[in-house]
Design a protein around this ligand. Sequence first.
Ligand code: SAH
Length: 338
Amino acid sequence: MDIKTMNAQDIACVIEDNKNGPSDELLAAAAQTRDKYYGREIFVRGLIEFTNYCKNGCYYCGIRAQNKNAHRYRLTETEIMECVDQGHRLGFRTFVLQGGEDKYFTDERICGIIYAVKSKYPECAVTLSIGEKTKESYRAYRDAGADRYLLRHETADEAHYAKLHPQSMSLENRKKCLYTLRELGYQVGAGFMVGSPYQTSRELASDLLFLKDLKPHMVGIGPFIPHSMTPFAHESGGSVALTLTMLALTRLMLPKTLIPSTTALGTADAMGREKGFAAGANVVMPNLSPVSVRADYSLYDNKICTGDEAAQCIVCLKNRIERAGYEMNMGRGDSLMD
Ligand code: SAH
């Protein structure tokens, strides 16, 4: 079986065959592939969730504009720098600035933040995850020093995309953003949720084929987890088993890409992140946001690690990584993808 040369129908069959979890053979192939390119190192990135204001209305997401119950916050530039300083002291050399699509954070403000981090810590990589912007904005962030950008495509199927998002959003624009980011020289992260409403093996197969075409430097995959204040409150969540299958297949499709074992996976299963490593993942993104705002960055219900200080988180994580038979790497951890 070589996933790289298979058509959509055959990929969907493989997914179907492994829907209750990756077979031993698939698991071994994925882990071996990860070991071959990256060894047993797990790369850590500090995640700073700096605003939960969002103009969009994604049906699955707890910080959608229409959720009037969400307690909204934005960190000041000073608070963001304090998170970065603390992270740097703890040894982090890569920071991910994530947020909703918040108009308060104009290009000028975003560029100011990037510039502040990069001039203080030129050896660190700065990653943005702030949604769909124009090419001019992406260029401005890049010129200010941003190295990487995470923008999950969410689903590569048009009809499915339309069932998860309001009409104001389109898969076409999402994909265009990803190709633009690549063209501007960012290390790009795409990705999708597993078990989102209306998703079948067919849609998951198109996700893998889209990834094969885009060749992102990183692929974020996590189970869909319902949030009580969204239109999908009563939908069922994605399965951990199928998520592991998709991690393993992604590792085989793009051997050199970085694959995080996501917070959503760790939320759906207490040992989820360790299971993710066993399926070929090699990145974790612990939270560096101030504890006071963590629970408010609520994309889905029961999110883990909303109580611990960053320092506690990193000790706990290091222990867990080592217990699972890996080593923690706090460096920049650049992707091997071209
Ligand atoms: N506004 C940014 C950041 C989005 S939040 C952007 O548009 O890229 C990061 C990711 O969380 C999303 O891309 C989505 O895949 C995931 N997410 C959102 N709601 C979720 C839910 N209910 N369950 C699981 N993952 C979710």
